[in-house]
Design a protein around this ligand. Structure first.
Ligand SMILES: NC(=O)c1ccc[n+]([C@@H]2O[C@H](COP(=O)([O-])OP(=O)(O)OC[C@H]3O[C@@H](n4cnc5c(N)ncnc54)[C@H](O)[C@@H]3O)[C@@H](O)[C@H]2O)c1
Length: 311
């Protein structure tokens, strides 16, 4: 029976737990946080909703409750303050992720670890190295949210259901991420062909505006309300669904690259097939020259941050 543990029950972890309760995907949700009182409050509050949702056992627990969990989500740590980049969180959150892994190590041998703490690509690498698990067992939420933001922006511009828009953001979940215009299609129709029948006359300037909106969206939300929680929780739930239901879905999660796209020994987001085993395979797409160059820059940024942690 699928048990999911959520470590770090702040705005992201708590919203994810609620999303998961509504989804009916898990039969057991354990909430773990250093702030035990607030976490018990979340558990009790959610339990009061059980009359309205699919049955699920929800409780506040300890690290030992990760025993038997199919998936452990790591959402603990500091978040960006207004104007702060994700990369500025790296030292603090690497310490938190390492200490969590030390404490859960006896209970996670067969689990899949899904990291969402920022900077998520670097934290995925830290968790992978300190856990000693196989690379397919450790993934980061990566640019699943950024890909959804890209799809949303395109859907608004094109006036079409976001679910008919296929588009990927890859690389760092952060300022250097790369939006793959080469792969954009609407219901399988390449963007260029779709645009021919459209009354909007988009230009490269429009593309730049969309890129700016996607890349800056977290900054705007944090400026307005202090944190992001809904979009990211839905994105993590989408990954959980693929894992728990063995969907073989293609999502841009953060994973350790082993030569794919020409990169080694660092985690970043690329399209991956997700099954019950975790990362089933990394899918290599052909990129435009400009996209490959931008991806190279994104990996340079990530590599220098990983190096600064002493790896
Ligand atoms: N990957 C994404 O797309 C994405 C999106 C939004 C936020 N985030 C990141 O998720 C993380 C959490 O964000 P938030 O808004 O929920 O922050 P928050 O401050 O609301 O919550 C963080 C929680 O972590 C807990 N915590 C700290 N150290 C811990 C430890 N050692 N063990 C267990 N719990 C611990 C805190 O008590 C707190 O409840 C941040 O790093 C943020 O940047 C990622």
């Amino acid at each position: 029976m699928p048990k999911v543990a959520i470590i770090g029950v702040g705005d992201v972890g708590a919203t994810l737990a609620y999303t998961l309760q509504l989804s009916g995907l898990a039969t057991e949700i354990v909430l773990i946080d250093v702030d035990k009182e607030r976490t018990s409050g979340h558990a009790l509050d959610m339990n009061h909703g059980l009359f309205f949702t699919p049955p699920v056992k929800i409780y506040a627990g300890d690290y030992s409750d990760c025993q038997g969990a199919k998936i452990i989500v790591i959402a603990a740590g500091s978040r960006q303050k207004p104007g702060e980049t994700r990369l500025e969180l790296v030292q603090r959150n690497a310490g938190i992720c390492n200490s969590i892994i030390n404490q859960v190590a006896p209970y996670i041998k067969k689990a899949i670890l899904l990291v969402t703490t920022n900077p998520v690509d670097v934290m995925t690498y830290v968790v992978l190295k300190s856990s000693g698990l196989k690379s397919g067992q450790v993934l980061g939420s990566g640019t699943v949210l950024d890909s959804a933001r890209f799809r949303y922006s395109l859907s608004q511009r094109c006036g079409v259901d976001a679910r008919n828009v296929h588009a990927y953001a890859i690389g760092e979940h952060g300022d250097s991420e790369v939006l793959l215009w080469s792969l954009v299609n609407i219901s399988g129709i390449p963007l260029e062909s779709f645009c021919k029948g459209c009354r909007h006359k988009c230009t490269l300037e429009t593309h730049s505006q969309i890129e700016e909106a996607v890349k800056k969206s977290a900054y705007h939300i944090i400026e307005a309300k202090g944190f992001t929680n809904y979009g990211v929780s839905l994105a993590i739930s989408r990954i959980l669904r693929a894992l728990l239901r063995d969907e073989h879905s293609v999502l841009t999660v953060s994973t350790l690259l082993n030569g794919e796209y020409g990169f080694q020994d660092l985690c970043l987001s690329v399209p991956c097939m997700i099954s019950t085993n975790g990362i089933e395979r990394v899918i290599e797409a052909s990129l435009f020259a400009g996209e490959s160059a931008a991806l190279q820059k994104s990996t340079d940024v990530l590599r220098s941050v990983i190096k600064s942690l002493g790896y």
